[in-house]
Structure formats: C-alpha cells, structure tokens
Design a protein around this ligand. Sequence first.
Ligand SMILES: CC(C)(COP(=O)(O)OP(=O)(O)OC[C@H]1O[C@@H](n2cnc3c(N)ncnc32)[C@H](O)[C@@H]1OP(=O)(O)O)[C@@H](O)C(=O)NCCC(=O)NCCS
Length: 203
Amino acid sequence: MTGSPQTTHPVTIRPASPDDAPEVAPLIDMAGGGVYRFLLDGLVPGMEPAEMLMPGLAGSSGSFSHRQIGVAEAGGRVVGVAHAYPVDWMRMEDHSGLPPDRMAHLEPFHGTQDWGSYFLSALAVEPDYRRRGIAGRLMQWVYGRARDGGYDRLTLHVWADNEAARSFYASEGFEETARAPIAWHERLPHLGGSILLSRSTRL
Ligand SMILES: CC(C)(COP(=O)(O)OP(=O)(O)OC[C@H]1O[C@@H](n2cnc3c(N)ncnc32)[C@H](O)[C@@H]1OP(=O)(O)O)[C@@H](O)C(=O)NCCC(=O)NCCS
C-alpha cells in the first residue's frame, strides 16, 4: 500500500463523541466548501469559523450535535466525518444570529430541499486518507441510520464545481434532482451553483 506511514493504520467507523468536536469541526468546515466561513466569518472577533462550530458539535441536541455524526478513526485520530439528519429539522433551526444578507445569498439551498428526506449535510476525508473507500464506508453508516429512522431516500447538496465529490456521489448511485442557483461571491467562489442529489437508502 502506498501513502505516508500514518495512513497504514486500520480505519474504524463509529458514532462521534463530544470529545471529537475539535477534530470534527475542521472536516465539517472542509466539506462545506467555504459556506461556514461565508456565514460565520467575523461574527466573533478572533475566532475561526471551525472553532465556532465546536460548542454545537460537543452538545447533545440539535442538528449540529455530534449525535448526528459518524467518524472514521485511524491511529486514534478522526480522519473522516459524515454528518446527516432529517432535512425537516432545518425548519426548526434558529438563524437569528446570522447576518440576513448572508442568509439571503444562500436561500436557493432552502428552496430546493427535498422535505421529508434524510439529508447529508457534510462528508469529508482527510487528503492523506482519500481513495481508500473511507467515504464509501461512512455512507453505509449514514444509509443505515436513515433506514433505521424510516427514511427511504438520502439527499445532499454538492457544489457544481466540486468534481471529485460529484464523481464520488455518482459512484454511490446518486442522481441530480434540482439545481440551486447560488451566485458566485468573492467569499464563496463557486461556479454553477449547487446541485441537489438524491438516492434511495435501500439500493
Ligand atoms: C469526496 C470525498 C469525501 C471522497 O472521499 P474518499 O474516501 O476519497 O472516497 P472513496 O475512497 O470512498 O471513493 C469511492 C469512489 O468514489 C470515486 N471518487 C472518489 N474521489 C474521487 C476523485 N477525486 N475523482 C474521481 N472519482 C473519485 C471513485 O469512483 C472511487 O472509487 P475508486 O477509488 O475505486 O476509483 C473526498 O474527496 C473529500 O473529502 N473531499 C473534500 C470534501 C468534500 O468535497 N466533500 C463533499 C462535500 S458535498
């Protein structure tokens, strides 16, 4: 097997714990392709967006809790995350602390959601661990959670210009169901907006 020595550790998939928050937060931030920085940057002076995600991740309630996250662990470190929950929970989220102009820019996300589905909010694997099937294993964990909750389909948003992720989701059997025309912004420089993908949880 190729790769740096650390990547030879066996990989375990398990539910996240509160103590994982510091390692999970940067991976969630990475999965968002800049959306967390776009939303949170500058709101708490001196604090990075990933740090601002940590209290929610360490907590036990809400869509951002570690309870909605599966991790891939290797050599005692978190090297991958999947974050998923019922999409309808978004309707109960409190966004009052977020700038209205930034929320308005992202409104097309909301307008294209497939209400009633289970939603993959984030998926990321550290660069040194990619192309080893870890994301595929994390997705199996997510499909199982969705099925256990009675959900027949999993949906997600992927940036149209994220070719690696689109190839990955195609290999998992996802298909495009809608496009969210989120405009290019200097702090969120994506071309082509975001694509809503969907897949049965029972394939
Ligand atoms: C997308 C991502 C999660 C894939 O993780 P991964 O662990 O490398 O994926 P897997 O090893 O399970 O890949 C399974 C299959 O997906 C496809 N795939 C994965 N990465 C790919 C890439 N960069 N280019 C083309 N196909 C790819 C391949 O078919 C691959 O099978 P193969 O390696 O036998 O060819 C990872 O690239 C990542 O973390 N990217 C940054 C964060 C991100 O963009 N997240 C998605 C947000 S919507």
